[in-house]
Design a protein around this ligand. Sequence first.
Ligand SMILES: Nc1nc2c(ncn2[C@@H]2O[C@H](COP(=O)(O)OP(=O)(O)O)[C@@H](O)[C@H]2O)c(=O)[nH]1
Ligand SMILES: [Mg+2]
Length: 699
Amino acid sequence: MNEYASTAIRNVAVVGHGGSGKTSLVDALAFVAGSSKRHGRVKEGSALTDYSPDEIEKGYSINLALAYAEWEGVKINLIDTPGFLDFAGDTEAGIFAADASLIVLGATTGVEVGTEKVWDYSRQFHHPAIFFVSMMDKEHANFEKVYSDIREHLSPKAIPVEIPIGEGAQFHGIVNLITRKAHLYRSGTKTGEYDEKDIPAELKAAYEKYEQDLVETVASTDDALVERYLEGAEIAHDDLVRAMRAAMKRGELFPVLCGAAELTYGGRALLSEIVELVPPPNDGEPVKAEKWGSAEKVELAPRDEAGLSALVFKIISEPHVGDVTFFRIYSGSVKNGQETWNAARSGFEKLNHLSVAQGKEKIEVPLLHAGDIGVIAKLRDTHTNDTLSTQATPVVLPRVPFPEPAIHLAIEAKVKGEEDKLSTGLTKLAEEDPTFHWEYNPDVRQTWIRGLGERHLEVILGRLSRKFGVHANVLKPKIPYRETIKGKAEGQGKHKKQTGGRGQFGDCWIRMMPVPRGGGYVFEDQIVGGSIPNKFIPAVDRGIQEASVRGVLAGAPMVDFKVELFDGSYHTVDSNEMSFKMAGILAFKNVAPSCRPVLLEPLDDVEVATPEEYLGAVMGDLSSRRGQILGQESDGRLLKLKAIVPEAEMYKYSTQLHSITHGRATYKSTFRTYAEVPPDVAAKVIEEYQKEKKEEKEE
Ligand SMILES: Nc1nc2c(ncn2[C@@H]2O[C@H](COP(=O)(O)OP(=O)(O)O)[C@@H](O)[C@H]2O)c(=O)[nH]1
Ligand SMILES: [Mg+2]
C-alpha cells in the first residue's frame, strides 16, 4: 500500500435506497482500480463490504463498511452504507465521516424513499453529491426517467455529465459530456476497459442537447464563464471542471453519471470523476472542535502539522478479531503504535497495528495523514463518537447525530436463569450500536429493547444469540397504565393483631381527593391533639405510597392524588411503625375504590411524513387507532401529519405504515401525556388484568 498525503485522498460515502446497487458498485470500483484482487458478488456472499455473518445470511448491508480504490495516484476511501432506514445510524455515520456522497440509484427504480432519506442526510452536512444511475443493463432501464425523477423529487440542480449508449440488454457504452468522447465497453470485460471513440452518429442529437445543458448550467454558476459562454467562446475542459467543482462545493450543482456496476461498465469514468470533482479532505474549512472540559471553541486545520484529532464513527465486533474501531482523522497524522488520548474516558489508547480496511481485510500501514480513514482493533475503552487526540491538547470533535430509536419491543430470556447473560449481551450491543437502547421497565416489569425498526431489532436479537449465546422470546410490550381518582372520600385503616406476647396496633383515618394532572402524590398531616403520635405519621405516609404502587383497577400505579390524615388512635404498648404502615396500606385499599378511580393511558405525539397520495390511507388508519389528527403541513415534498395517538394502539405501527404507503412514509413518536382511557376500552384492560391475576393465583 502506498502512502497517501491529504491532497491524494478522497472520502466518499456510497448511499442510496436498499438494493440500488451500492455494495456491488463499491466492489466493482475497488476491483476495477486493481486495489481488490477479486470481483465479489452480493448474491454469492462474496462482496467486499458485505462480510458480516448477518449480512451474508440476509443478503443486504446492515453495517457500514470500508473499501478503497487507488486511482490516478489518489486513494478513494469508499464507505459502503446500508440502505434500509432500520440501519440509518450507520448511514448517518458514513455520510458524516465522508467529504462527499455518491448517491446510487437503480436504472429501473429511480428515486425511492431511501434515496430521499440519504439525500436529506447528505444535504444536512452540505456535502458535494454525485448521482450514479447503476444497473443500466437491466431490462426496462431508463436513464431519462431516472434523471427527471431526480430533478423532480431531489434537486433541479442535478445535471448529467454522462449519458448511456443503449439501455437494458443493449447498454454497451457511455458518452462523456466533459471529454466529449464515447466509451464503448468490450463485451465480457472484467475491469471496465473501453475503447474511446467519437460520438456515434445516432446519438449526436441527444449528445448536443445534454452537452449544451451541461455547459450552460455550469457556466451559469460562474460569472467569468457565463460571459465567455454568452460571447459564444469555447469553454476549455479545465475551466469547466474547475467551475463544476466550485459549484458542487456550494451545493449549486450535482452531476449525474451512469453505468452497470456488476459489468464494471462506467467504473473507470466514475473513479476519474471522483478524483476530479470531490474535494480532498484538506481543501475544506477548518474543523470546529471544543477544548476538552470547557466550552472553548478551537479551529483545527485539516493538515498534518496540526494537533491530532480523530473521530470514532463506528465500532463493530468481528468474529476472530473482536472490536474493530473505524476512525476519521480530522487534523494531524498518526503513526503505527502511536499513543493517543481519549479525553472522554480519561485514558490512553495505543494505536497498535494501525490499518486501513479493504472490506474485512485489514492492511497494516506505517502512517496515516490528515483526512484519512483508518481502522484499529482491540482498543481498551473507546466508544462510538469519542475523539482521539493528545493529552497535551485534548479536544472534542463534533459528533455523529445518530437517530433516536423509533420503536420498542419486550423480550425475555428463553431459558430461565439467563437474565444476567441477557442484560450483559444487551449492554454490549448498545455500546456497539448507538441507535439501539435497552432498559428494564419496572412499571410493567418487562425488558424493553428500542431501535429504528423491526428489522433492526431482529438483527440485534440475531447478534444476541450468535455472540452471547442468549436466545430471547419477543413479547408484546405492556402499556404502562396509570390510575387516578376523580372523586373525594374518607375512611379508616385499622391494623390490629393479638399474638402471644406483644400485639400490633395501628389505626388511621384519611381523606383522598384528586389533584391536577402531573401533581403527583401529596400527603398532608392534619392530626391535632396527638391522636396519632408524631413519630408514627411518616409510617402511615409510607404505607399509602407503598399501596398506591398497585392501583385498585388494573394494578397500575396511582398518581395525582392527595391524602389528608385527619384522625386515628394508638396503643401505648402495641403500636409501632410497622403497625401504622399497615394501617396506611389498609386505609388506601379501603378508601381508593370509593373515589371514582379511573385508568390513565400514555398518549404519544405522532408525526407522519407521507407523500400526498397516501394521506387518506394514513389518516384513516390513525383514526382507527383512536388517533386525534391535529393538522398537517407540507415541506414541499412530503406532507407532515400531526396526531395524538394512544401508545396502546401503536403496536406494530411501523409495519402497517410501511405496508399502506409502500415504504414511502416515515414517522416519529414521542410521549406526550397521560389521559383517561375511554370507559369501553378501560373495561377491557381491567378485565384482562383480573384474568391475569386469577391465573397467577391458580399457578
Ligand atoms: N443487472 C444488474 N444487477 C445489479 C447491478 N448491480 C447490482 N445488481 C444486483 O442488485 C442487487 C442489489 O445489489 P446491492 O449491491 O446489494 O445493492 P445495495 O443494497 O444498494 O448495496 C444484487 O442482487 C445485485 O446482484 C448491475 O449493475 N446490474
Ligand atoms: Mg449494500
